[in-house]
Ligand binder design. Structure first.
Ligand code: ATP
Ligand code: MG
Length: 576
């Protein structure tokens, strides 16, 4: 490819709209352009990277026995009604109507469509297991599309669905995908963590996310260095903290606390550590049009993990009650709620609260608190669950070491679905004994553009992108320093022809530009190797090869350049 013809409009200003590095560099390197929130055109350089990632994905899927197909993006509403997701998916689903006013949606994921196919075509255990996948466009009306390709509204996903006879079969398919995903992200040169992930209130047993560690990531994970425990914070559990004091239970006592309503204010009023306070929150568990209040109690120094809470309650949505509802339920303004004496509303106690002795809580009366409050004695503890948010420093539940936390970008997600969709849609098969059984399913997704963006988040410097060799848009750029110098230009053309001949993916910067402009563009776009042809080295018949990642420069004879480059490309590709 000739730089003079390459459609890569680079920018030198940092676009104001771009918050993250990958978003900035994708725009600046002329790789993407936005047409509306979360909707982008991929320009030729991006298209090449995406194709490379897709090819790696395809190879690893095929290696595990996956078969590629392609499903439609336009889905009839009936299928989504069968699985109840027409309602449950909510506003993230793009909905539309045809000329006969029939409802459709644009597929955000394809469980319904693939299960419909399989229920029609598979009826015997002999046809199982099946691993079917596609690499295709998904549509999700995200609440907050942002960070360029990381959270878009239209994006490419590789989604594979596994169909097995039983749980053991699913375990095998799942492991295959676990291995394939690990291989894919390794081959894309990403540093990643595999973490346990939330499986939601409905369906699913096991689930793992593949998280690319990056400070700008939207996900938070916790991990243990003492053992291999790692989980998305949405799902993370930790050992309960032991209380470090022992004292006899005191007598429950009402204390006047005018205007003392926050955890900090209560803690300093009573000179008690926040962990001895009983934080009491009123939530509404929402299912469609109906909702019911739930009062949640946890230690004053803890936060609620709303995902755990929602899973425990099994509701579709969750919201904190407004001040008026709090007053209705507790009889007091916000800040004075407590579990003592609350009778008409379900009480859910976080497990850690059970160890608190002589705690402090609101008295459900403006400007009053109870002291010497003890779980069980002073309020019912019939419903106990782990609903707290784990934080760094908490102890690992399996080995006791302190947990660490990090931010990251979820690039892949694997999920044991079980029989949720096969039961809803009636995808059954006859087993060896002629009994009808639901097919056991799994689903497995990788966001292709998000993976590209994550690769930039991990591989860049202040000058631009540093593409890993395996997914670079081109492997080499040739830069003749002086475009007016015919000796340099001629050699550049000779090397360009030789490299093309040798199968190297190469761009020649044949533009009539200053050297600085050409070098800056090369660094911004991030070609892994740059061949520089300048007068000084040329006097000795040599050219410079510069490694974008290390900055290391080697001088080689012009006649040996292609061989050296081939060696370097081979080494960089094998390193992963
Ligand atoms: P998230 O929690 O980030 O919204 P998700 O759980 O909705 O992700 P899945 O439904 O598991 O994501 O989709 C599989 C993969 O598709 C994700 O791991 C991610 O790589 C990609 N993906 C999901 N949503 C988006 C999006 N809005 N833009 C780009 N890629 C996405
Ligand atoms: Mg999502």
């Amino acid at each position: 490819m000739r730089m003079s013809q390459l459609f890569a409009p680079t920018l030198w200003e940092v676009p104001a709209e771009a918050e993250t590095i990958s978003h900035q560099y994708l725009l600046r390197a002329g790789m993407i352009r936005r047409i509306a929130a979360g909707i982008y055109t991929y320009l030729p350089l991006a298209q090449r990277v995406l194709e490379k990632i897709e090819e790696i994905v395809r190879e690893e899927m095929n290696k595990q026995g996956g078969q590629e197909l392609k499903m439609p993006t336009l889905h009839p509403a009936e299928l989504w009604q069968e699985s109840s997701r027409w309602d449950a998916y909510g506003k993230e689903l793009f909905r539309l109507q045809d000329r006969h006013e029939r409802d459709y949606c644009l597929g955000p994921t394809h469980e319904e469509v693939i299960t419909d196919l399989v229920r029609r075509e598979v009826n015997s255990y002999r046809q199982l297991p099946l691993l079917l996948y596609q690499i295709q466009t998904k549509f999700r009306d995200e609440i907050r599309p942002r960070f360029g390709l990381i959270r878009g509204r239209e994006f490419t996903m590789k989604d594979l669905y596994s169909f097995d006879r039983d749980q053991e079969g699913l375990d095998i398919s799942y492991q295959k995908m676990y291995d394939a995903y690990s291989a894919i992200f390794r081959r894309c040169a990403l540093k990643f963590q595999v973490v346990e992930a939330d499986t939601g209130a409905i369906g699913g047993t096991d689930s793992h996310e593949f998280i690319v560690v990056a400070d700008t990531g939207e996900d938070e994970i916790v991990y243990c260095e003492g053992c291999d425990y790692a989980a998305n914070v949405e799902r993370a559990v930790a050992a309960d903290e032991e209380e470090d004091y022992r004292e006899p239970e005191g007598e429950l006592e009402l204390v006047s606390t005018p205007g003392v309503s926050t955890i900090d204010a209560v803690a300093s009023f009573f000179k008690a550590p926040p962990r001895r306070l009983l934080k009491t929150l009123v939530y509404l568990a929402i299912d469609g049009e109906t909702y019911k209040p739930v009062v949640v109690v946890l230690r004053g120094d803890r936060e609620v993990n709303e995902i755990k809470l929602q899973n425990h309650l099994g509701c579709m949505h969750l919201a904190l009650a407004d001040a008026e509802t709090v007053r209705e339920i507790t009889g007091a303004p916000v800040g004075f709620a407590g579990p003592v004496g609350l009778v008409d509303v379900p009480l859910l106690i976080d497990r850690e609260v059970m160890a608190v002795v002589n705690g402090v809580c609101g008295a459900n009366k403006a400007d009053y608190h109870w002291i010497n409050v003890n779980p069980g004695r002073d309020f019912p503890t019939s419903e106990i669950a782990d609903i707290r948010r784990v934080v760094a420093g908490d102890k690992c539940h399996s080995c006791g070491s302190p947990l660490h936390s990090a931010r990251g970008i979820e690039v892949g997600h694997i999920f044991k679905l079980g029989t949720k969709y096969s039961e809803d849609l009636g995808a059954t098969f006859l087993d060896g004994e002629g009994r009808e059984r639901p097919i056991v399913m799994g689903c497995y997704g990788i966001g292709v553009p998000r993976t590209m963006a994550a690769a930039i988040e991990q591989n860049h410097d202040e000058k631009g992108i540093i593409w890993p060799m395996s997914i670079a848009p081109y492997q080499v750029v040739i830069v003749p320093v002086n475009s007016k110098n015919s000796e340099q230009m001629d050699l550049a053309e000779v090397l360009y022809a030789e490299m093309n001949e040798a199968g190297i993916e190469v761009v020649i910067d044949d533009r009539d530009e200053r050297a600085g402009v050409k070098f800056n563009d090369a660094d911004l776009i991030g070609f892994p190797l740059r061949v520089t042809i300048g007068s000084r080295s040329l006097k000795e018949g040599k050219v410079e090869i510069k490694d974008r990642a290390t900055g290391k420069v080697t001088l080689v004879k012009a006649g040996e350049a292609v061989g050296v480059l081939q060696e370097k490309i081979k080494k960089a590709s094998a390193a992963r």
